[in-house]
Design a protein around this ligand. Structure first.
Ligand code: SDX
Length: 382
């Protein structure tokens, strides 16, 4: 038998087809259901993009109004869930907190359903579950940041759209339009990205006919890793470590000599730059002006130009989004939970697509352990 062609990390392997999004490194483009993400980020609300990912078409006015009504009606954290959250130590990592709460929501949702096949739900049930997770995650993430600061919960407001309400629940003040726009753009850019590690995790779990909540819990576990979602949190640690633009060169000398990976740079699929970065950088530039923080722009530009010139490795979306979220006032620990609140739309769109055309995901492994051997003294049954 010829040696199997192992693709470690499944690099370059096409595992299935999807109609949800198209990542094209050749043209450095990203399409959500055929629409370039730059166009969506510049013209649509995150609610409209969520609808697009779930349904395959942008919503009509009535369809968007209906989605908005359901989303606004499901924003608040129910009292019994709030009790569980308050029982968690505020020192727990917020990714663990959100992962645990989603698992709890799944337990409540499928309580009393003994047959696992029934818990997996119908397409209509899973669309409803997707919308309700989309609706409640902002309150969970916002409350998580406030709890860690010993602050009281801020209840959602039904008169604000998704982005403005998320900022309201986190900071307790009506956000400036430029901040709402930057936040809305970031959520659209983070929403979906084909078979990234967390989405593929969700699809593997779904392929066993498990339920949507289990798929999302698994995806959150994958997203926590700094090679994936955790990178935006790591970018701010790097900014703090470097301090200011003039420290970039000596800092890079040291970390590259130590063979450290620079979070926020590089990508498994994009090799000449992440298609989402220019759009997120526009949002960051607007925030730098709004908060009058030219120092952030100087450090951002210095590190990017120095690292790209030395390694030819380009920024990914986490590089501009980290400083943008920091300028908005989010804790570094809250960054990757923000990624969850955005990516719940892509994850659930893929979960429903996997359910609609399923095959158990179970790849092969090539064995390189000891040759067959036998237990000493073993006598096969006569
Ligand atoms: C996301 O998949 C997605 O779509 C993910 C995502 C999404 O929207 O879902 O786009 C979100 O996860 C973005 C990526 C966030 N992660 C980071 O910023 C972490 C830092 N980046 C690297 O770890 C790395 O670039 C990966 C993991 C993202 C991709 O790496 P690959 O494709 O597995 O390639 P590799 O790690 O084998 O790197 C190839 C070479 C290596 O050098 P050699 O060992 O061959 O000498 O490039 C080097 C790497 O060391 N390299 C880096 C680097 N990225 C690659 N060196 C320093 N710093 C980096 N950031």
């Amino acid at each position: 038998m010829s040696e199997p062609d192992i693709k470690k990390g499944l690099a370059g392997v096409y595992a299935d087809v999807t109609a949800v999004s198209k990542v094209n490194p050749e043209t450095n483009s990203l399409l959500y259901r055929g629409y370039p993400v730059q166009e969506l980020a510049g013209t649509q609300s995150f609610e409209a993009v969520a609808y697009l990912l779930w349904h395959g078409e942008l919503p009509t006015g009535d369809q968007l109004a209906e989605l908005r009504a359901v989303e606004r009606a499901n924003r608040a954290i129910p009292a019994d869930v709030r009790e569980f959250i308050d029982a968690m130590p505020t020192s727990a990592h917020p990714m663990d907190e959100v992962r645990t709460v989603v698992s709890l929501l799944g337990g409540f949702e499928t309580a009393g359903i003994d047959n696992v096949l029934d818990a997996a739900g119908t397409p209509a049930e899973n669309l409803d579950r997707s919308v309700r997770l989309f609706a409640i995650l902002p309150a969970i993430v916002a409350y998580g940041q406030r709890r860690r600061h010993g602050l009281e919960i801020i209840e959602p407001r039904e008169d604000l759209d998704y982005a403005a309400n998320f900022l309201w629940m986190t900071f307790g003040e009506e956000p400036a339009p430029v901040v709402v726009d930057a936040f809305n753009r970031s959520m659209i850019l983070y929403a979906e990205h084909s078979f990234n590690a967390s989405t593929f995790t969700a699809r593997v779990i779904t392929s066993t006919l498990s339920d949507l909540y289990s798929g999302v819990v698994g995806a959150i576990g994958a997203l926590k890793g700094p090679l994936h979602g955790g990178a935006n949190e790591a970018v701010l640690h790097i900014f703090t470590e470097i301090g200011s633009a003039e420290n970039v060169v000596p800092w890079l000398d040291e970390v590259l000599a130590a063979k450290r990976k620079i979070m926020g740079f590089g990508h498994r699929v994009y090799k000449r730059g992440d298609s989402r970065v220019p759009t997120m950088k526009l949002a960051l530039d607007a925030l730098v002006d709004h908060y009058d923080r030219p120092d952030v722009a100087a450090l951002y530009d210095a590190l990017e130009s120095e690292f790209v010139s030395r390694k030819g490795i380009y920024p990914n979306l986490d590089y501009p989004s980290g400083p943008a979220y920091s300028l908005m006032g989010f804790d570094t620990l809250t960054f990757t939970p923000l990624f969850i609140a955005a990516r719940i739309t892509g994850w659930t769109a893929h979960i429903m697509e996997q359910q609609a055309s399923n095959a158990l995901i179970r790849p092969l492994s090539a064995y390189d352990g000891p040759d067959e051997r036998h237990v000493e003294g073993y006598e096969p049954d006569a």
